[in-house]
Design a protein around this ligand. Structure first.
Ligand code: SF4
Length: 189
């Protein structure tokens, strides 16, 4: 479907419905949006999965970061960056195609020498660059900092909680002090 400028009120209606749905879900079920549906979470997990696939689990990744640079380390790092870049370009192309149209975006190519290059106007190149950079930086590096420092929903969602809201949180009484546990006495009741 093609939406023109005069159809903009659809966006307003969609935004209002989406906002109220989000608030209602948050009141009852806490941070389910953050945990399961927010693109920031999904892309961050996707990029972390790439690291896990190339290097290994968390302990292996910490060890890997401390290792001196070698050909093997450089190869693995380059592979991760390359896959991240591919995901970022796919994400950017998806966003830009909503405006430019998929036919235009994927079929406007020219050949310079033997190299096929997209024949896009400047605004498409600039949009592709901005979305690619934003995706790469957010999911590759910013990650949870986006939630802690920038996301407005992250800042005000606690005001939507009440005593019946489902919340996953750290149990201080159970978790502290950290370290080895003493054997608890067996209670005979
Ligand atoms: S705090 Fe914001 S950016 Fe972070 S997961 Fe929740 S909605 Fe997404």
């Amino acid at each position: 479907m093609t939406f023109l400028t005069q159809d903009f009120y659809f966006i307003a209606a969609f935004a209002i419905i989406a906002a109220f749905t989000l608030f209602m879900v948050t009141v009852y079920a806490g941070r389910v949006w953050c945990g399961y549906a927010c693109p920031q979470t999904i892309w961050t997990h996707l990029y972390q999965y790439v690291e896990k696939w190339v290097i290994g689990d968390r302990n292996k990744r910490i060890k890997f970061d401390k290792e001196p640079m070698s050909a093997k380390k450089a190869f693995k790092r380059s592979l991760i960056y390359f896959i991240w870049l591919v995901f970022s370009v796919i994400t950017a192309a998806t966003f830009v195609s909503y405006v430019a149209g998929t036919d235009y975006l994927y079929q406007s190519w020219q050949t310079i020498g033997f190299i096929p290059i997209p024949d896009w106007p400047t605004w498409v190149w600039v949009s592709m660059f901005i979305f690619t950079f934003a995706t790469y930086a957010n999911a590759g590096y910013m990650r949870e900092q986006m939630c802690v420092q920038i996301c407005p929903y992250g800042r005000f969602q606690s005001v939507m909680f009440d005593k019946d809201t489902l919340v996953v949180s750290y149990d201080y009484e159970r978790g502290e002090p950290r370290g080895a546990r003493k054997k608890a006495p067996i209670l005979n009741i």
